[in-house]
Design a protein around this ligand. Structure first.
Ligand code: NAD
Ligand code: WQD
Length: 338
């Protein structure tokens, strides 16, 4: 069966393509390479022994998106990763985020009736929850006003899918990722942050390798055991595997509702200092860091109740924080050799 993976050259998309191909699916990647490199396609082939089809296309454009779907009328499902993803940038250039994230989704949905597609798996985020007042958080927790334009696009996109499902034959699975980190065990694919990373783990590995001088820990006066914020970090390979389960649920018509929402996390939260110490343990390196002021817009703590995904998708995150850090560190060391 053919699966269209938009944004498949990106961080989570490339790991998902590997897992899909390992399970025997044929994959078409549609990506404009705005935040990724063509070499990722070569590396997917090196890992799986199979080259995915690749279409360089900007899904913001309606005609190009329609042409893509006309070219592949036998697509069985779409996994839609393509989006702009930097929270900080979205505050500075909100229209870029509304234009890209919303138009791309609308164009994909609008083109799906050109195929015999069973439905769409959509990349959402725990950012739709804001700061919950009780934890762990389940999928039924009501959304709050979004904390950033990026988060707002994820809320809007979820609603667009819900409304389109009511009006069409399309089914939708919305996956709310917590904090994906780590890289493939081959170190051939991983996260490629452009410029200075916003996210904790690329910042840790870049500091350890000497690309950055010091990691700033944003605040240690939160209401958590060590004062630093808590997140539910999940290995990107575990996350990728959940997408295969979701696609199979769509294709095999196992859905209990026409739109289903799943939290994808480990269910366990770690503080920033715990993440740093896990990194230091697996790398054997002492990290240069200092505590600074809180970062504006950061929430204090969040971790998932992932039991719905465990039950319904038959999926469970398996990799430990140490394994996540170990793979992230190997990936950083591999990058420096490029
Ligand atoms: P990424 O930037 O590595 O991958 C996104 C890919 O989409 C890139 O290859 C980019 O070139 C492509 N793309 C962007 N706009 C496009 C367009 N208009 N047309 C075609 N291709 C386009 O990001 P990622 O970390 O792999 O994230 C994938 C998805 O998961 C995104 O939707 C993101 O919002 C969501 N998500 C990510 C995280 C995270 O922490 N990484 C957390 C929650 C949700
Ligand atoms: C984690 C913790 C920081 C960098 C973001 C998005 C979210 C989702 C995942 C897409 C926080 C601290 C970080 C640094 C630090 N993405 N930190 N020094 O903010 O939980 O989530 O990525 O959907 O929407 O908001 O992830 O990795 O940026 O931060 O102390 O240099 O690390 O304060 O507590 P975050 P993060």
């Amino acid at each position: 069966m053919k699966i269209l993976v938009t944004g498949g050259a990106g961080y989570i998309g490339s790991h998902t393509v590997v897992e899909l191909q390992n399970k025997g699916y044929d994959v078409i990647i549609a990506d404009d390479l705005s935040n990724s490199h063509y070499s990722v396609i070569d590396n997917i082939e090196k890992i799986t022994g199979k080259r995915p089809e690749f279409e360089q296309i900007d899904l913001k454009f309606s005609k190009e998106t329609k042409d893509l779907f006309k070219k592949y009328p036998d697509i069985a499902a779409v996994i839609h990763f393509a989006a702009s993803k930097s929270v900080g940038e979205s505050v500075k250039v909100p229209l870029k985020y509304y234009r890209n994230n919303i138009n791309s989704l609308v164009n994909v949905l609008d083109s799906m009736d050109l195929t015999k597609c069973f439905g769409i798996v959509f990349s959402s985020s725990c950012t739709v929850y804001g700061q919950p007042d009780h934890l762990p958080i389940t999928e039924s927790y009501p959304m709050q006003k979004a904390w950033s334009p990026y988060g707002h696009t994820k809320q809007i996109c979820e609603e667009i899918i819900e409304n389109e499902v009511k009006a069409s034959k399309i089914n939708g699975i919305l996956l709310r990722y917590f904090n994906p980190i780590g890289a493939h065990e081959s170190s051939l694919i991983g996260e490629l942050p452009l410029g200075i990373p916003d996210n904790l783990v690329p910042y840790i590995t870049q500091t350890a390798i000497g690309k950055r001088e010091i990691l700033r820990v944003f605040g240690n006066d939160y209401n958590t055991p060590d004062g630093t914020p808590i997140r539910d970090y999940i290995h990107v390979v575990d996350l990728a595997k959940a997408h295969v389960c979701a696609v199979e649920r769509l294709i095999q018509n196992q859905m209990k509702k026409r739109v289903e929402i799943f939290n994808l996390g480990t269910g366990k939260g770690y503080s920033v200092l715990e993440a740093i110490h896990a990194f230091e343990k697996v790398s054997g390196k002492k990290l240069n860091y200092k505590i600074v002021e809180r970062r504006e817009g950061d929430i204090e703590k969040i971790w998932a109740d992932a039991s719905f995904a465990n039950q319904e998708l038959g999926w469970k995150a398996e990799k430990t924080l140490d394994e996540m850090m170990d793979s992230a560190w190997k990936w950083e060391q591999h990058l420096i050799q490029q």
